[in-house]
Design a protein around this ligand. Structure first.
Ligand code: PRP
Ligand code: URA
Length: 212
């Protein structure tokens, strides 16, 4: 039987502080981009807590000793385009050997339904730990479709990592994919009538890339 995934809010004080900076409407593109990456890096530290270790021999200047190293499984970071791209460099700071796959999705502004326009993944997804990243989990439609696309290609060990989640999106994603772990830096209050997270931080893609 597939394991039951968990939902966790990673509310470390540094993460909360940095999230407040990017929520501010006066935070400009450059600072927004930098702080999103900083939060992603801090979250990667927590999200990778259960990475398996194995014994290895190392010779210190003093003696040969048995110590620990990461065991085998390679991480794949999968940003949901566009806004997910803003989290990739921060995670690569911690896990530089990770591969990066891409899933392109956009939400129709009226129906809020996502459309997939691009998928490019490394091989052997079944044997890899996959971190799907997107700053915003709103209705959950984009995240669900991204995880669908990964499972269709053989992925099994999937974690979803976002900055701001709406309760509606968390429920939808966990109902659709109960086996994956979902991590957020904050669980906000609700979605407004346009599908924006309240209080949220606005349109993450536009704020990251300076578009409107
Ligand atoms: C945003 C965001 C998520 C999605 C979340 O992307 O980055 O991918 O909306 O909404 P959902 O949970 O209701 O699907 P958007 O479609 O605006 O595209 P962008 O990243 O190119 O700005
Ligand atoms: N996508 C965003 O970028 N922001 C929201 O609040 C909801 C979806």
């Amino acid at each position: 039987m597939a394991k039951l995934g968990k939902f966790e809010v990673l509310n470390h004080p540094l993460i909360q502080h940095k999230l407040t900076i990017i929520r501010n409407e006066n935070c400009g593109t450059r600072e927004f981009r930098q702080v999103v990456n900083e939060i992603a890096e801090l979250m990667a530290y927590e999200v990778s807590r259960d990475m398996p270790l194995e014994d290895c021999e190392v010779k210190t200047p003093i003696i040969k000793t048995i110590q620990k190293q990461l065991a085998g499984k390679k991480v794949v970071i999968v940003p949901i385009l566009r806004a997910g791209l803003g989290m990739v460099d921060g995670i690569l700071e911690l896990i530089p050997a990770a591969k990066v796959g891409h899933v392109g999705m956009y939400r129709d502004e009226k129906t809020l339904k996502p459309t997939e326009y691009f998928v490019k993944m490394p091989d052997n997804l079944a044997s890899r730990d996959i971190f799907v990243v997107d700053p915003m989990l709103a209705t959950g439609g984009s995240a669900i479709m991204a995880v669908d696309a990964l499972k269709k290609r053989g992925a099994v060990n999937i974690k979803f990592v976002c900055l701001v989640a709406a309760p509606e999106g968390v429920k939808a994603l966990r109902d659709a994919h109960p086996d994956i772990d979902v991590f957020a830096a904050a669980l906000d209050d609700h979605l407004d009538e346009n599908g924006y997270i309240v209080p949220g931080l606005g349109d993450a893609g536009d704020r990251l890339f300076g578009t409107k």
